[in-house]
Design a protein around this ligand. Structure first.
Ligand code: AMP
Length: 629
């Protein structure tokens, strides 16, 4: 029997688990024993143990420091990335090693450990439903999640005892739920407005393959803000109508936490009712009197209009980034509870000039799509290949701090790439591999993803070892890097560990910067490469002179030494052409020396050191650390 795979939406506020019902072929959400479909993504640490979901939500007000919510915002991210966001968290966040940790309930936990508690609750929910163990899941993440954040999500699954067989982008999942993978070809806009975050993604689907063309959004905009504006408007109204009573009793409602909490809940309930009703009555008992207020759809829409308008800018930006006009969007999908607000639907429909898909429950659509993907993977749906693309280029640092890209940005995954590198120092036995991500030419301007070492290389002259570096991105967007020295067969298979995370804005900035600085970057890169080439030739000539110098006539030796001195001087300057010319001169001056050399290998090395070859051949570019050791 084929093993069952469930689909999981691991959300910022709520999480869900779903599967495809084999009898109907439709995806359905699995409820808990009491019929609840959404599991609040909240974990409480109490002296008696850990609580999750509703139980954790109930203790939120009482034990804010020991109740973790919105942990998704912390997944795979470093202290530096989060500094500005920490004020949103009432629990303690610590700078861990690369990624942050939380100090809650008298202990330290990592964000994946907290997410694992949510995942385990969903796993148990599914196991209770099927009466059998569930060990595999498809889990969704936002399209803009970087490798660290995706890896952290996978880690959470592993901790929960779930093999995350695939990570799927949330907008891709939502499109799957609507069956849009069956479109031969098309462009889809996914508008996702939840409780606290807003995301918009532009996807292209072709032959069942989804490609993320652009993403945008606002990490702090959602239904909570709708509640807040309504609540503040109601507070003013109460104060205006009842100021006599309030003043007499010296009541300052804004400072009454309990009242404000009740007002917030009443405001949210009224907002939800107004999504289906034209008018609603809000009733709030206060000390000594009761506040009654009829609120109309028109009134709430006036209040929400500026907030809804704030989502349209990111939509236009995503369209511009994808190089598309609204008319070129074929399908629009709505995700997130706040897309039930009629005004939101109206504005989205106006912008894209299309009726959005909204037949499915917007809270559940991502989990339903994850279930569809799970079914495809389990073999229940045939002939489907589902892929995404890498958001940023991936490469390694090479000599002089320049980046050698192995997998360019926007490559469809899964994918792999292979390049040959070598050392730049004689007798080097260890090579530092530095994996970087980004669009700039120099390592210092990109994001450092991981470092590892290839050890145990036999001591050889510089340039002799052949180091094969393989990058592999699996279908989940997780990167594995392997380095192998071919001559000695020494191999090191290394897992890339996530370090610091990236914000959405960072990705955008990195891509923008690469355009802004393109010219200067290329110039710097070419200068470094020309200098590297000069250094390599100088090293080899120095070695050859030591070994075979005595066999040369004094005049020839002097000519070579003059050419060496001239190249050394040129190398200190910034004139690329001058360095290249002096390198060529030195190569000419040593042609006879190369012939004299008995060492065939060395002769070969000298013979291949031609500037133009080295400029274009990556196999000649040694990993940066090569020259540091
Ligand atoms: P999500 O994070 O996708 O679960 O969305 C939660 C948000 O959707 C919360 O702010 C809810 O108040 C809001 N929401 C849920 N149902 C409705 C509704 N019928 N009308 C307006 N907002 C809703």
């Amino acid at each position: 029997m084929m093993s069952r795979i469930v689909g999981i939406d691991l959300g910022t506020t709520n999480s869900l688990v779903a599967y495809v019902d084999e009898r109907t072929g439709l995806p359905v959400v699995i409820p808990d024993g009491e019929g609840r479909r959404l599991l609040p993504s909240i974990v409480g640490f109490t002296p008696d143990g850990i609580v999750v979901g509703e139980a954790a939500r109930r203790q939120l007000a009482r034990r804010p420091a020991d109740t973790v919510y919105s942990v998704k915002r912390l997944m795979g991210r470093g202290w530096e990335d989060l500094k500005d966001e920490l004020r949103y968290f009432p629990f303690k966040v610590l700078a861990g090693e690369g990624v942050v940790k939380l100090a809650v309930g008298g202990r330290e936990v990592t964000p994946p450990e907290v997410s694992a508690i949510v995942l385990r609750a969903l796993k148990e929910r599914a196991e209770a439903h099927f009466g059998e163990p569930i060990e595999q899941a498809v889990v969704t993440v936002p399209a803009y999640f970087n490798d660290s954040q995706r890896q952290a999500t996978k880690d959470a699954g592993r901790i929960a005892g779930l093999d995350v067989v695939r990570i799927v982008n949330e907008p891709t999942a939502a499109s799957l739920a609507y069956g849009l993978h069956r479109l031969g070809q098309g462009v889809i806009a996914v508008y996702d407005l939840g409780g606290g975050t807003f995301d918009v993604s532009i996807l292209r689907v072709k032959d069942g393959i989804f490609e993320v063309l652009a993403t945008n959004g606002d990490t702090h905009l959602g239904g909570d803000d709708f509640d807040r504006v309504l609540m503040l408007w109601l507070l003013e109204d109460i104060q205006a109508r009842h100021h006599a009573q309030l003043d007499r009793d010296c009541i300052d409602l804004a400072r009454d936490n309990e009242f404000m909490q009740e007002l917030r809940l009443a405001a949210e309930a009224a907002k939800i009712r107004l999504s289906t009703e034209e008018r609603t009555t809000l009733t709030l008992p206060l000390a000594g009197f009761t506040y009654h207020r009829v609120i109309t759809r028109a009134e709430i829409e006036r209040l929400l209009e500026p907030l809804v308008a704030r989502t349209l800018g990111p939509c236009r930006k995503a369209l511009a980034d994808a190089g598309l006009t609204p008319a070129e969007i074929d399908q629009v999908v709505l995700v997130g509870g706040s897309t039930r607000v009629p005004l939101v639907r109206k504005r989205v429909q106006e912008l894209f000039a299309k009726t959005p898909h909204s037949q499915l429950n917007p809270d559940e659509v991502v989990a339903l799509g994850a279930a569809v993907q799970a079914q495809i993977l389990a073999g229940g749906i045939k002939d489907m290949l589902l892929l995404d693309v890498t958001p940023l280029s991936l490469g390694i640092e090479t000599l002089g701090g320049i980046v050698s890209v192995l997998i360019p940005r926007n490559t469809t995954i899964p994918t792999s790439a292979r390049e040959m590198y070598t050392t730049s120092v004689d007798g080097q036995t260890v090579v530092d591999m530095h994996v970087v991500q980004g669009e700039r030419e120099l390592v210092k301007d990109n994001r450092s993803l991981a470092r590892f070492e290839l050890r145990g290389i036999d001591p050889m002259p510089a340039g002799m070892p052949k180091i094969e570096v393989t990058f592999l991105i699996d279908a989940n967007g997780i990167l594995q890097v392997q380095a192998r020295e071919q001559r000695t067969g020494k191999a090191a298979s290394i897992e890339v560990k996530p370090t610091y995370g990236l914000t959405d804005a960072d990705v955008e900035r990195m891509v923008e910067d690469s355009f802004t600085y393109a010219e200067a970057d290329v110039e710097t890169r070419l200068l470094i490469e020309t200098r590297n080439e000069a250094d390599t030739v100088l090293t080899h000539v120095g070695r050859a002179l030591r070994q075979a110098g005595p066999l040369l006539e004094a005049g020839e030796r002097q000519t070579i030494e003059r050419a060496v001195a001239a190249l050394r001087e040129a190398r200190e300057g910034k004139d690329r052409d001058a360095i290249r010319e002096r390198t060529t001169d030195l190569n000419h001056a040593t042609e006879h020396l190369a012939e004299v050399m008995m060492d065939a290998a060395l002769k070969g090395a000298l013979g291949t050191r031609r500037a133009n070859e080295i400029m274009t051949s990556k196999a000649e570019a040694p990993p940066s650390s090569g020259d540091r050791r």
